[in-house]
Design a protein around this ligand. Sequence first.
Ligand code: ME8
Length: 510
Amino acid sequence: MRDRFYITTPIYYVNAEPHLGHAYSTVIADIENRFHRLLGDETFFLTGTDEHGDKILQTAKRQGIDPKTYVDRINSLFRDAWALLDIEPDRSIRTTDPDHIATVQRVLQEIYDKGDIVFKEYEGLYCFGCERFYTERELVDGKCPDHGIPPVRLKEKNYFFLMSRYQDWLVDHIKRHPSFITPEHYRNEVLSFLKEPLDDLCISRPSTRLTWGIPLPFDHRFVTYVWFDALINYLTGIGFPDGPNFSKFWPVAEHVIAKDILKPHCVYWPTMLRALGLEPYRHIHVHGYWQIQAQKMSKSLGNVIRPGDLVEAFGVDATRYCLVREMTFGLDARFSEESFRLRINADLANDLGNLVSRILTMVYKYLGGKVPVPGDLDGPERDLRKAVVRLVPHWREAMEAFEIHRALQGVWEVINMANKLIDASAPWVLARDPNKAGQLRDVLYSLLDALRIFSILIAPVMPTSARKMQEALGIDPEKGLNFEAARHWGLLVPGTKISKIPPMFPRVKV
Ligand code: ME8
């Protein structure tokens, strides 16, 4: 049976346009999804938009339009951005989708019937920006850590999910599954948070105050509160409870988020699933923030970079590459256009782009544009072959661990070895000496086959460039772009006609 893989991104609020931070999570998920497709797995990739709540309603009102028109408009901006970035989700879910509304109501009813949702009066500190209550100890200098403004004291009757019933179970689950939350420092953060007793989670808003939500099935005077609505999208997206995709993909669910939503995803969500009688997701992968001058890039701070602008300036593959190469997954990274430009010139134009054109040009010049018949491949090219063969399992392991930057680093080390092999073996010298014809064929065959394998290893990150490289090598990408082909050295068929291609990554101005 084929392995399976289910990956999700957060569903993004539609109170502003997509920016680089959203693009990062979604590109990571797309890359991992493509990686698993390359392995031959059966995959499902879900992204989407979070369209209910105070914030959205307020924004729509400010613009003088009804909320549905407003959410439609922003939702299409997200879809357009993902298309520009070559992101291929299997479903873009919206919390306003009818099947999602039905799923949320079903889940609420089940948990309510079980006695894990209760009605009570509550007074607390409410941040309208986050749409949630804060405890004193969560505030920073009395202010919301995300919005930097003091929350408002609110007293009202609401429905609460008795999350604390599942606290011991959750601590135990996290301890028994070291890779449940990765990287490790976020796992530790959640465990240390769970040392304190959990408060009950407020899940409703009175419909007198908020109409743009999902009515509670057991009390229509209330609508559900944002997290209970939003998190359940991960179930709706694959057809909970009876759809065939649900039984197929829920057991292999993996989430990608940034650290801003660690608590809802690592505390609320697993306890909700437990209350529902479902297994928790398999892994959650938590990344840091893209920052601009030491501040989080965010719509509320207004310091955002639009993904479309980067694609326009650098092209889609280079943008995807820089996004994942310039940030170590799990840590914060400062965005600078300059470092993207330097990265493009160094890694893409110089290292990879030049390698491709040098090899293709030499094969044209010295071998009539055809893949040569290799000999015993026992000259200086031997080390390159060994390095490529060693690289492939390391690359796979790093990709599986969501360490895409590390996977790419490994590929680039071997790309640089290939460049050095050209300099050291000097095919232009070999070509002048008829006695060295065998050596020339061996060096160029090895370089061509290394290119073939590189094209597979870059494919999840730079799908268009990977296809171009395969086509240049005379391979049909439909047949050649798969992990099995990367695991075997020497699959290039002698005599195959190769084609020269224009520079894959033109240099950019720094
Ligand atoms: O929180 N750096 O939506 P949201 C990196 N609707 N990633 C960033 C980022 C930055 N500066 N800014 C945003 C919500 N992100 C809820 C989620 S899920 C059931 C509901 C990315 O629009 C990152 O993935 O505020 C972060 O977790 C997400 O956008 C927050 O998106």
